[in-house]
Design a protein around this ligand. Structure first.
Ligand code: 0RQ
Length: 503
């Protein structure tokens, strides 16, 4: 066995992935590691999917329930969804095969705020966890577990599961050891106490997971990279959105007298948030921090440029080139990065205390500033709410960004009414597109509508929105937030019937 497994008792449990997968039974609930394509198990889920396919071919039903941190990779969600092996999935998915199964009605999906997953699992109504399958980067001589490139819900899964299967991945950098802060002070009400974190770089826990070695039924060695989706270089739209946000932050810092380090940044995943991070390198801010969910390429660049002092998160989400660079230079980032459980990285108490600047993507927003982050045409899930709600409601300011149109202009991202609500207007303070930025703080619904249409809507849709607002002002039941119920979702209906929202 490898030098990564330094505990004799656990080294004796090393086996192959197929033997480990054979310990999982039909109907089991599995707690798997993994968050935005990092730190997920890469061998056991593939072996389990093969076993499920063989059982199905023999006419035997075999499906399992899968709980994770957030999205994983093709070896987990992809392989297992393809095998029709997942009957229930939570809490966040971005795998295209799993998405297709969910939208075809063949897989149940429970999408919730990422900070809620661990406490809700403890509360017990989600059911019992049979097996945890968790990737780690090593095992200490004492039998503690060195976490991998994501922490997610692993602490909770290791505690709740009857049995534990570990994957020890030697692809992960040994320098990850020491970058984690695993907090063991959480409890359910009425015993919950304040979380003692007042700065993004506070260490409040320990570097390793505890584990009862008696629960470990198998240890599998791997040497496999994280999924690491590439970023496309920012296009003009992304650059325009980023520039609008940077202007706003500069103005807001001056207006509110914020320090040169600003306030801790939270940035969602995707090309546009990554472009915003790239743009922040050029700003006058210095010594910034991030209290966020994932560490993307842009944040590592900011650390190297000296503009970002440190980042606290629960996972990496890097391009393949950046992941390789990080693995080779991890030592350099040791004092700059902290990975925490997701019920801490996304904790509303901490986001509110620190005053995070929340920056997330959206699918559509309506003229009153309600935001849909998850469902295309109200019914087709894209990914999930992820951590956007944890940060949007509780941050110092909540910014949502999007190109003003989708699908080559056939869809307006600004609509009379959102077809699904993830973030109510009270949780949405700024909306920004490549057209401009609407600062909605302190505005009434009618004032918000005017500003969003003027600043954010695409010129091809602006007259249609103005016309709707004028008619709503006449025909509405009330004049606080004028609307025409029979028409408010007609743009979506038109798209479904004709392929375009354009009249
Ligand atoms: O679909 O790939 O089929 O073309 O949605 O859209 O423009 O590439 O934007 O990657 O930033 O994702 C809201 C999904 C935006 C993301 C969302 C289609 C579009 C494309 C992706 P295609 P873009 P992004 C912390 C924060 C929730 C979780 C979150 C998200 C695809 O930001 O998942 O915020 N957010 N987490 O064509 C129809 C529209 C559309 C549309 C976009 N109006 N109608 N399709 N699309 N707008 C991180 C974590 O929680 C892990």
């Amino acid at each position: 066995t490898s030098d990564r497994i330094r505990h004799a008792g656990l080294a004796a449990k090393v086996t192959d992935a197929a033997s480990a997968a054979a310990l999982i039974r039909p109907g089991d609930t599995l707690g798997m590691s993994g968050f935005t394509g990092s730190g997920y198990p890469k061998a056991v889920p593939v072996a389990l999917a093969e076993r499920i396919e063989a059982e199905h071919a023999a006419g035997h039903p075999f499906r399992v329930k899968v709980w994770t941190g957030a999205s994983t990779g093709p070896e987990l969600d992809g392989a297992m969804a393809k095998a029709d092996g997942i009957e229930f999935r939570m809490p966040y998915n971005s795998d295209p095969i799993a998405r297709q199964k969910i939208n075809a009605g063949e897989m149940e999906y429970f999408d919730l705020h990422l900070s809620h997953v661990a406490p809700m699992a403890w509360e017990g109504f989600l059911g019992h966890m049979d097996v945890a399958v968790v990737e780690v980067s090593g095992i200490t001589p004492e039998g503690d577990l060195i976490p991998s490139s994501s922490v997610g819900n692993n602490k909770t899964w290791l505690e709740l599961a009857d049995k534990v299967i570990l994957e020890v991945n030697r692809w992960q950098s040994p320098a990850l050891d020491g970058m984690h802060d695993i907090y063991y002070g959480t409890a359910l009400p009425p015993n919950r106490v304040p979380i003692p974190l007042v700065k993004p770089d506070d260490r409040i826990g320990q570097p390793h997971f505890r584990i009862d070695p008696a629960k470990v039924v198998a240890v599998v060695e791997t040497d496999a990279p994280d999924r690491n989706a590439p970023f496309s270089p920012p296009d003009d739209t992304a650059l325009a959105i980023a520039s609008n946000i940077l202007d706003f932050l500069t103005w807001e810092a001056k207006r509110a007298g914020l320090p040169p380090s600003l306030l801790p940044l939270q940035s969602g995943v995707g090309n546009v948030p990554n472009a915003v991070m790239a743009g922040l390198i050029e700003t006058p801010f210095e010594g910034m921090t991030a209290f966020t969910e994932v560490i993307q390429d842009g944040m590592l660049d900011m650390i190297e440029a000296g503009t970002l002092r440190m980042a606290s998160a629960t996972a990496f989400s890097l391009s393949p080139e950046k992941a390789q660079y990080f693995n080779e230079n991890a030592q350099r980032f040791r004092d700059r990065l902290l990975l925490r459980p997701q019920d801490i990285s996304n904790n509303p108490e901490l986001v509110r205390r620190l005053g995070c600047i929340a920056m997330n993507g959206l699918i559509e927003a309506d003229i009153y500033g309600n935001v849909n982050s998850t469902h295309v045409m109200g019914s087709r899930i894209q990914n999930g709410i992820g951590g956007s709600g944890d940060f949007a409601r509780n941050g110092y300011v909540s910014i949502f960004m999007t190109p003003s149109t989708a699908k080559g202009g056939a869809i307006s991202a600004i609509v009379p009414q959102v077809s699904h609500v993830d973030h109510i207007s009270q949780d949405v303070q700024v909306i920004v597109t490549e057209q401009g930025l609407a600062d909605l703080r302190g505005l009434s619904p009618k004032q918000r509508a005017r500003l969003i249409v003027e600043k954010c809507a695409h010129p091809a849709y602006r007259p249609m929105l103005e016309e709707y607002m004028a008619r709503a002002a006449k025909g509405s039941y009330g004049q606080h937030a004028p609307m025409l119920p029979g028409e408010a979702l007609s743009w979506h209906q038109r798209f479904m019937e004709t392929g375009s929202m354009q009249a």
